[in-house]
Design a protein around this ligand. Structure first.
Ligand code: ADP
Length: 397
């Protein structure tokens, strides 16, 4: 079966289209004027009945059969609470015109089918039928009404496709979030156990050779990295389902930054970390989460810079004294304007670093959420190959 065209039957204007298009199908097939008029009149009769009682009808003109015997059919489908019978007056003439007439009803859904055999003399074959279908797909609109109708249906299809794409995307996103949540929880327990055993081994350091002690140190360092990754995964999944929580307390910002930087200096021994503190102030924040942001920014500054390079950390009150700005400056890889625009997106990593530096692109995404949840802002200024400065602000308590 090949559908040549279909027309929605909503109002009287569609009746005109149904008639004219049926005539054209007959003409394109090579039917005599009498036969195509008969076919188009029958189609109009049934379409009129559908339009009279509903606005949800649809006319399909199809060719059935196989080479060399084909038939031309019109199918009108519609739903209606009105009860119809095949003996109704509305079907009387159509039935007379096209004796190959069937009437199907199922609940309030109706299908009326009528057709005629196509003579072999028309010399139809599959390529010709395909060409006929294409002809109607490409045919110019018969009038302004059909033009609007076509545009409408095109828009409708596009909207439908877009909605479907959004639905699939959302479904994938939900699956991904669920996977992250399960994976991070499953990872957390074994990593905690390994970390505990490593700590025990470190305490027994005196009982091993220096070589073994070195291996234990490496084991400890890698386990810490794994712990961080599992923690980031858990944070992302908490962010997605809105369960990231904060324990807000008053924090003396300068003292807090000083202590955090001191600890981080020991971790990033290779880099020279300078600190410059502005006017003291107190902020309301979750210290653990704030430390997470600083750790991320300083860790990145060290990771994406040359060994031995300098990192500057500074605090300063904003001009309006309503917030305090913390900045972390490095002399590392820097990034392009495109990178700057996307850097806080989930899982985003610059192409330049994907194969050279380990990471999952979660740190800045989490940091930006933590800062915005504290009522602050986070941003970056950067020049490729010269370095980056990350800033974040927090309202003063
Ligand atoms: P990760 O470092 O694990 O990839 P982040 O979210 O912390 O995740 O950082 C995202 C990306 O931003 C990094 O992959 C890197 O491309 C870029 N980036 C972050 N900090 C810097 C920096 N200081 N200098 C240059 N690029 C950076």
């Amino acid at each position: 079966m090949k559908e040549i065209l279909d027309i929605s039957l909503e109002n009287e204007m569609d009746l005109v289209l149904a008639h004219r298009r049926s005539m054209q199908v007959g003409e394109q097939l090579g039917l005599t004027v009498a036969t195509r008029t008969t076919f188009a009149t029958a189609v109009s009769e049934i379409s009129r009945t559908a339009i009279e009682y509903t606005d949800n009808g649809r006319l399909h003109i199809v060719i059935t059969g196989k080479f060399p015997r084909y038939s031309l059919f019109a199918r009108v489908v519609f739903d209606s609470d009105q009860l119809f019978r095949s003996t109704d007056e509305g079907f009387f003439y159509a039935k007379k015109l096209l004796p190959d007439f069937t009437f199907h009803a199922s609940g309030n859904a109706y299908l009326i089918e009528m057709g005629l055999g196509l003579p072999r003399s028309l010399k139809l074959d599959e390529p010709k039928l395909t060409a006929l279908k294409v002809y109607f797909e490409q045919a110019s609109p018969l009038n302004a009404y059909e033009e609007i109708k076509k545009k409408n249906s095109h828009l409708h299809r596009l909207t439908g496709e877009q909605e479907e794409e959004i639905r699939i995307q959302r479904e994938l996103d939900e699956k991904k979030t669920e996977f992250i949540s399960v994976a991070s929880h499953e990872l957390k327990t074994p990593i905690t156990v390994v970390k505990a055993y490593t700590q025990m081994l470190k305490l027994l350091k005196d009982q091993y050779s220096e070589k073994v002690a070195g291996v234990v140190d490496k084991l400890d360092m890698q386990t810490s990295k794994l712990t961080l990754l599992a923690q980031q995964l858990m944070d992302v999944s908490k962010m997605e389902n809105g369960s990231l929580q904060y324990d807000l307390v008053e924090v003396n910002l300068n003292q807090f930054v000083e202590e955090a930087v001191m600890i981080l200096s020991a971790v990033h021994e290779g880099n020279q970390i300078n600190i410059s503190l502005g006017e003291p102030c107190v902020v309301k924040a979750d210290p653990l989460r704030l430390e997470q942001v600083l750790t991320n920014l300083l860790g990145n500054a060290a990771k994406y810079s040359a060994k031995n390079s300098t990192i500057d950390v500074a605090t300063c009150l904003a001009e309006d004294r309503k917030s305090v700005v913390i900045k972390v400056n490095d002399q590392g890889l820097g990034m392009s304007a495109e990178g700057i625009a996307k850097i806080f997106d989930k899982f985003y990593r610059l192409d330049e670093v994907t194969s050279s530096h380990p990471g999952l692109g979660m740190g800045l995404y989490i940091s930006s959420k933590i800062i915005s949840d504290h009522g602050g802002k986070i941003w970056v200024e950067s020049i490729p190959n010269q370095g980056s400065t990350f800033f974040f602000s927090i309202p003063v308590a």
